[in-house]
Write a protein that binds this ligand. Structure first.
Ligand code: GRF
Length: 222
C-alpha cells in the first residue's frame, strides 16, 4: 500500500504544552500519520513554545490583547494556520473560547483534550470538582470541537480510579499521564480517517478488540 502523506496539524496552546509535547513525540515516528506544522500561542512566553522550538517546529505568538474582538483574533489565528497549510487543528491547553465562525471553519478537523470524562465536569477546575463530587472514576476526553464549550462529540476517553487519599495534585498528575497517551492516539484516529464527525456525532471505525470489557473502581475482589 502506498503510504498516505502525513496530515498537516497546527497546535494551539496557551501554557505548559505537555500535551503538545506528547503529540510532538508521537510525530517523531515516521509512520505516525500527522506532522505538526506550527504551534500557535495566544500568550507570549508560554512554556510550550520553547519545547516546540527545541524540536525545530515553527512557533507563532498571536496575543489576543492585540485584537479588538474575539472574532478578529480568531481570524488572525485562522490565517496563520492556513498560511502554514494546516489541515487539522489540535487544541492543547488553549485557554480561549473560540468564535462560532472559527469553529465552523474547522468543524470535523479540530479536536481538543479536556481533563475530565465529558459530559461530566466541563470547564475549569475539573479535578477539584471531581473530588468534591466523590466520583470513583475520573479521566480525560478528546472530542471534536463544536460551538458549545467542551460539548463536541467524544472521540476517545481514558480513565483512572480516584483513590481515597487523592488530592487535586495527585489526581491531576495521574490523569495527565493518561492524556499524554490518549491525545496522540486520538489524533491518529482522526488523521487516518478512523474517527470522523457525522451528523453531530463522532463515528469511530476502529479495528481490533478491546482487552477489557469494563473498568471498575474500586476494583473487584480483595
Ligand atoms: C490539560 O489538562 C488539558 O487537558 C487541558 O489543559 C491542560 C493543558 O496542559 N485542556 P498542557 O499545557 O498540555 O500541559
Amino acid at each position: 500500500m502506498t503510504p498516505q502523506p502525513r496530515k498537516r496539524v497546527g497546535v494551539l496552546i496557551s501554557g505548559r504544552g505537555s500535551n503538545m509535547a506528547a503529540l510532538i513525540a508521537a510525530t517523531m515516528d515516521p509512520a505516525y500519520p500527522a506532522e505538526i506544522v506550527a504551534v500557535v500561542s495566544n500568550v507570549a512566553g508560554a512554556k510550550g513554545l520553547e519545547t516546540a522550538e527545541r524540536h525545530g517546529i515553527a512557533t507563532m505568538v498571536i496575543p489576543h490583547r492585540d485584537y479588538e474582538s474575539r472574532a478578529a483574533h480568531d481570524d488572525a489565528v485562522h490565517a496563520a494556520l492556513k498560511g502554514v497549510g494546516a489541515e487539522y487543528v489540535a487544541l492543547a491547553g488553549y485557554m480561549r473560547l473560540l468564535s462560532p465562525h472559527f469553529v465552523r471553519k474547522w468543524q470535523g478537523r479540530m479536536i481538543n483534550i479536556h481533563p475530565a470524562l465529558l459530559p461530566s465536569f466541563k470547564g475549569l477546575d475539573t479535578h477539584a470538582r471531581a473530588l468534591a463530587a466523590g466520583v470513583r472514576i475520573h479521566g480525560c476526553t478528546v472530542h471534536f470541537v463544536t460551538e458549545g464549550m467542551d460539548e463536541g462529540p467524544v472521540i476517545a476517553q481514558g480513565a483512572v480510579r480516584v483513590l481515597p487519599e487523592d488530592t487535586e495534585e495527585t489526581l491531576s498528575a495521574r490523569v495527565l499521564k493518561v492524556e499524554h497517551r490518549l491525545y496522540p492516539m486520538a489524533l491518529r484516529l482522526v488523521c487516518e480517517g478512523q474517527a470522523r464527525m457525522s451528523d453531530g456525532r463522532a463515528v469511530i471505525d476502529r479495528k481490533g478488540a478491546d482487552d477489557a470489557e469494563y473498568l471498575l473502581s474500586p476494583p473487584e475482589g480483595g
